[in-house]
Design a protein around this ligand. Structure first.
Ligand code: GLY
Length: 397
């Protein structure tokens, strides 16, 4: 009896220790501290923090422009920080930086990134405040994004400008575009046209059919014939090669098919989310949870990492494990997400006192040699989103 009692005590102590192995409160209060540091750099500039390169310790600030695809991430980060701290000064900042995006909502669609820009900022703002003006802005943005849908192809045109200049002609759709579907699903449920749901689902189906190789690995860019809808070929823009596995592209696929399943409840999307996830997990470096920027990069193990991909996947898996109908897979995905967050929260990946960002070691655009091994605002956004999801799940358990 005594032995069993002792065993139970030891086991429960071990479980408590295991639970403490990742301290979400500590990670969130670190984020809050870094947010306050960043605000000191951004306030009064009317600009957004975009990246911090290795050699510097301050954010590169960028104006909000139609082409600045990352403009929604800083307001979104502020909304998550406000959600966790309930700090009224952060609420004020979240409102101010969200408002900076207002001019974008008055323009016709420049490209597919409108979803990233508006849903990360106004979307989180509406979720947390119920501000009706935000709701209308998101509904309008969803209608604007839908103007890029081509029913013959069955996808949204990601980069109209790249058709005009002939680079990704005659018609392109990129994997990142999956993320923008979430705003269409939201709009269809919140007073917008039901057609937005159909557009999002058709885009996800077409992408599932053509935009992946047999093993579930994604192309960055799919080229289509816009007149016939025929798939021409898959190529890359930000990956190492047309047929390589660009880590963030696969991360977008994991995140995208997870919420497409949540919204449609169609099991084919759950099975596909598993397929793209399982490939990603199987190709991670041994005992590591942050991928190289491209799983087929030539100089692995000396290639740069991409913490942004890890943050996106961690956030996605914290949703996917809850949606799972397979208990084993749920367990596997939850454990993987925890390991990703643990690694991202280690000294190796935290900016700490050196820089005001949350994370180090993301890769933005290796072929262009830009933002290689940098702190980048979307890595921080998905990191704090993942932490917030984790915290909520812990509270339920
Ligand atoms: N093009 C968006 C990204 O870098 O993932």
């Amino acid at each position: 009896m005594l032995g069993i009692g002792l065993l139970v005590t030891i086991t429960s102590c071990t479980q408590k220790e295991e639970k403490k192995a990742f301290d979400v409160d500590k990670a969130l209060s670190y984020c809050d501290k870094q947010v306050h540091r960043t605000l000191k750099e951004t306030d009064g500039t009317g600009k957004m923090p975009r990246n911090i390169m290795d050699s510097v310790t301050q954010w590169k600030l960028v104006p909000v422009e139609i082409s600045e695809w990352t403009a929604g991430f800083w307001p979104g980060t502020l909304w998550y920080d406000y959600e966790n701290t309930k700090d009224s000064s952060i609420l004020k900042s979240a409102i101010e930086y969200t408002d900076l995006l207002y001019p974008l909502t008055k323009l016709s669609a420049y490209d597919h990134d409108l979803g990233f820009q508006i849903f990360c900022s106004y979307g989180n703002g509406y979720r947390l405040t119920g501000n009706e003006a935000y709701k209308q802005i998101i509904l309008n943005a969803a209608d604007t994004l839908a103007t890029l849908f081509n029913p013959t192809v069955g996808t949204i045109l990601s980069w109209p400008r790249e058709v005009d200049n002939g680079r990704f002609a005659p018609y392109n759709t990129i994997m990142d575009n999956m993320i923008n579907l979430e705003m269409l699903y939201w709009a269809a449920k919140n007073g917008g046209s039901k057609e937005l749901y159909d557009i999002a689902t058709k885009h996800a189906e077409t992408t599932m059919k053509y935009h992946f190789r047999e093993d579930g690995g994604s192309y960055h860019v799919a080229l289509y014939n816009d007149a016939t809808g025929e798939f021409i070929k898959g190529v890359t823009h930000q990956g190492y090669a047309d047929s390589s596995l660009w880590a963030r592209g696969q991360a977008w696929a994991i995140y995208g098919y997870t919420f497409v399943y949540r919204e449609t409840q169609d099991k084919k999307f759950l099975r596909f989310a598993e397929k793209v996830t399982d490939l990603y997990l199987s190709r991670l470096p041994k005992d590591e949870y942050v991928p190289f920027w491209d799983f087929d990069a030539p100089n692995i193990p000396n290639a740069p990492k991409d913490a942004s991909a890890a943050a996106i996947v961690a956030s996605a898996l914290l949703e996917l494990w809850q949606l799972e109908d397979n208990a084993e897979k749920a367990k596997e995905y939850k454990a993987a997400a925890e390991k990703m967050l643990t690694e991202l929260s280690s000294d190796k990946y935290q900016s700490g006192d050196a820089k005001p960002s949350f994370l180090l070691h993301s890769t933005g655009h290796w072929p262009n040699k830009s933002e290689v091994d940098a702190s980048i605002n979307y890595a921080d956004y998905y990191y704090i989103e993942a932490l917030t999801r984790y915290k909520k799940q812990e509270a339920k358990n």
